[in-house]
Design a protein around this ligand. Structure first.
Ligand SMILES: [Zn+2]
Length: 698
């Protein structure tokens, strides 16, 4: 029997539309669920909707529909969100389902039977939007301490839960780690709240009717939080204590936002203790997202719509995977984060298109080109020479240490430190890219020496292993893209069914395994093109002529500004027609010598080739996108007889950055790459160590 793992999101309140906060919780829980499945566990992943309460009653009334009709109209949106995000939830519970109502009423009577609920009268300050009573002391300047709104004095007959009796036991369970609250700062917050003394909790309402009636006293509806929290049990079939309940309860992890920590870390365990049921093992409270540095709110109109983000990324060929990656990589889980499109584009282009995308592109292409598509099987060999420290620039032991990577990845995933876990995988990806840079397989492939051939096989074998390890370990984060990469490495099985045990064997290849070519998984996001397209669409909509040239990167283009033609003055330049080829001019005589000022006019920059492809119908021209620090340039070079695109991507080159643009076979070239030699034996100018793109060459 595999070990079980039960993970939940909170149920989402239907009086809200799905926003980035919901997406964040769902994605985090999904990544954890998928990771646990990867470890071979029997996982149950639950999400759903919270449909009762005064706010729903008011909204429904304002819309002229019944509460149930209103809930029925909103709940599907949250189900669709799961689909849009690629969530693998096993269950979806709605609090208006009969199975849930039954469970909540049973919970209420069970608490009564145990003597934990009594009837009394309640009078205190009440915040309607938060549906919370507050004591005089808890108010913040006379306002609700949670939302800052006005509060009313309210008196009603109420059932009370004896929360005050559970403070000491709860504090003890939290301190002993029997109930884990993460991150640590939140745990301390809860402990000090518990230690400050708990008051009995009103667990029924007579001020509205949209809820689950108290059994035998139907003027009262059960407090929304007692109702909502019970979903974690009702979804498992409780009060029937066989079946899924027996299999999965207690929950291994409740993932929640920090705003609802108290309900989960204080009230919920107290209810369970009183009912004599086991407590959840861990509650992880994550932070909030702001938008461009501002708090998100309906009134500001700056709420990030996850459906729109995913739709945009889908159109770019990136899909929900890129959004999932961004959410979990950008901000350490538990802290607050800021969402901006620029940050997301940068993250996607840097990590996915460049790092992982390059490793994929180079590995697949070079194995096809140099090894006839057969992935090297390195098992049984001595530690590859390239990894034993023979490569230029240091030792590559790190590449071989899948075991170490796996251990540190696991340790971080187990504590839900997603960003750090991703960084661990990225260190390996960067190592593999560096290994390729330094060993230059394209040069090894041209050599006849047996040791060069061996080295070539080892480098590409290791690259393929790193790519495989990455696709397996990143699968919980990017289920679609990793499956695509894995498939291109010649695997026909589904990563959803892949089970990791503590073995390096998983990243090895059997002899005879072949590359299956497919599209690049992470196309680069071309901000220029998107903005120009957007401006053109807006211009078309407004009847104005579409702007012709590119719009500058780094600022939003509000409305449809008139964009001036950037006028790259057409300049026929046959000498530069060779693009990357250095002209073989005769040695200058003394009369032709230039002053340093003349030389300094040439702006030479370090560039890194991000993408390269052959210009159709030309055996010589290659179109590249080169990062020169401040911007990315499109440069066409006449180097195609010496280099294939796969040998160029990731290379550091020298770029003449202040050349006037010129067109080669109709394609604009915005600069030149320095090289030396004859057309079919060119060598690119480079550096003997890593230099950052954009650095001036002088
Ligand atoms: Zn409030």
């Amino acid at each position: 029997m595999p070990e079980k793992f039960y993970i939940t999101t909170p149920i989402y309140y239907v009086n809200d539309v799905p926003h980035i906060g919901h997406a964040y919780t769902t994605v985090a829980a999904d990544v954890m669920a998928r990771y646990q499945r990867l470890l071979g566990r029997d996982v149950y992943f639950l999400t759903g909707t919270d449909e009762h309460g005064q706010k729903v009653e008011k909204t429904a009334a304002a819309k002229g529909v019944t509460c149930q009709e209103f809930a029925d109209s909103v709940a599907p949106r949250f189900r669709e969100l799961c689909g849009a995000l690629g969530a693998s939830n096993d269950g979806f519970i709605r609090t208006t389902e009969p199975r849930h109502k039954e469970a909540v009423q049973r919970m209420f009577t069970l608490l009564q039977e145990k003597g934990a609920i009594y009837k009394g009268e309640y009078e205190d300050w009440y915040c309607v939007p938060c549906e919370s009573f507050w004591t005089e002391l808890q108010l913040n300047g006379g306002k609700c301490p949670d939302c800052g709104r006005d509060v009313d004095k309210l008196k009603e007959e109420s059932y009370f839960f004896k929360l005050s009796e559970y403070g000491d036991r709860l504090a003890e369970k939290i301190e002993s780690g029997e109930l884990v609250i993460m991150p640590e700062s939140r745990k301390n917050e809860i402990l000090s709240f518990v230690r400050s003394g708990l008051r009995d909790l009103s667990v029924s309402r007579t001020s509205f009717t949209w809820g689950i009636p108290v059994p035998g006293d139907e003027r009262h509806v059960i407090y929304v939080w007692l109702d909502a929290l019970t979903n974690y049990l009702s979804a498992l079939g409780w009060p029937d204590e066989t079946g899924d309940y027996a299999k999965y309860w207690p929950a291994d992890t409740h993932v929640i936002g920090k705003d609802i920590l108290r309900f989960h870390a204080v009230y919920w365990p107290a209810f369970l203790m009183a009912a004599g049921l086991p407590l959840p093992k861990r509650i992880f409270s994550h932070g909030w997202w702001t938008k461009d540095g501002e708090k998100m709110s309906k009134s500001r109109g700056n709420v990030v719509d996850p459906f729109a983000v995913v739709a945009d990324l889908d159109e770019l060929g990136l899909g929900a995977d890129a959004f999932r990656y961004f959410l979990l990589r950008e901000v350490p889980f538990g802290l607050d984060g800021d969402f901006s499109k620029d940050a997301m584009v940068t993250r996607i282009n840097t990590d996915l298109a460049n790092d992982l995308g390059n490793l994929h592109f180079r590995t697949i292409n070079m194995i096809e080109k140099y090894l006839d598509g057969e992935i090297p099987a390195l098992e049984g060999r001595e530690l590859p020479t390239v990894l034993a420290g023979n490569a230029e620039g240091g030792s590559y032991d790190a590449c071989w240490e899948f075991h170490g990577l796996y251990e540190s990845f696991r340790a971080r995933m187990d504590e839900m430190a997603f960003s750090e876990a991703l960084q661990a995988v990225w260190r390996l990806i960067s190592e593999a890219n560096r290994l390729i840079d330094h060993t230059a397989p394209w040069a090894l492939a041209k050599s006849d020496k047996p040791e060069d051939r061996r080295k070539l096989v080892e480098v590409l074998g290791v690259s393929a292993q790193v790519l495989k390890a990455s696709s397996v370990l990143l699968h919980p984060f990017m289920p679609v893209k990793t499956q695509a990469i894995y498939g291109q490495l010649g695997h026909a099985d589904s990563l959803d069914a892949f089970t990791l045990t503590n073995s390096n064997r998983y990243f090895m290849y059997d002899p005879g395994q072949r590359i299956v070519r497919g599209p690049a998984p992470f196309p680069r996001i071309e901000t220029d093109k998107i903005r120009a397209k957007k401006a053109a669409a807006e211009a078309a909509a407004s009847g104005k002529p579409a702007p012709v040239s590119k719009v500058s990167v780094g600022r939003d283009a509000p409305g449809a500004p008139e964009v001036k033609k950037a006028s790259p003055s057409p300049q026929p330049s046959p000498a530069r027609g060779e693009g990357a080829k250095a002209s073989s001019a005769p040695a200058p005589d003394s009369d032709a010598r230039i002053k340093i000022d003349d030389f300094m006019k040439v702006d030479l920059r370090v560039g890194r080739v991000l993408e390269a492809e052959r210009v159709p119908k030309s055996d010589k021209l290659i179109k590249m996108r080169i990062d020169i620090g401040a911007e990315v340039r499109q440069i066409v070079g006449g180097i195609g007889k010496s280099f294939g695109p796969e040998e160029l991507v990731g290379r550091t080159v020298v770029v003449v950055a202040n050349l006037r643009p010129a067109k080669l076979m109709g394609i604009e070239s915005q600069g030149m790459v320095l090289a030396a030699g004859e057309p079919d034996t060119l060598m690119l100018a480079g550096f003997d160590a890593d230099v950052l793109p954009g650095t001036k060459v002088k």
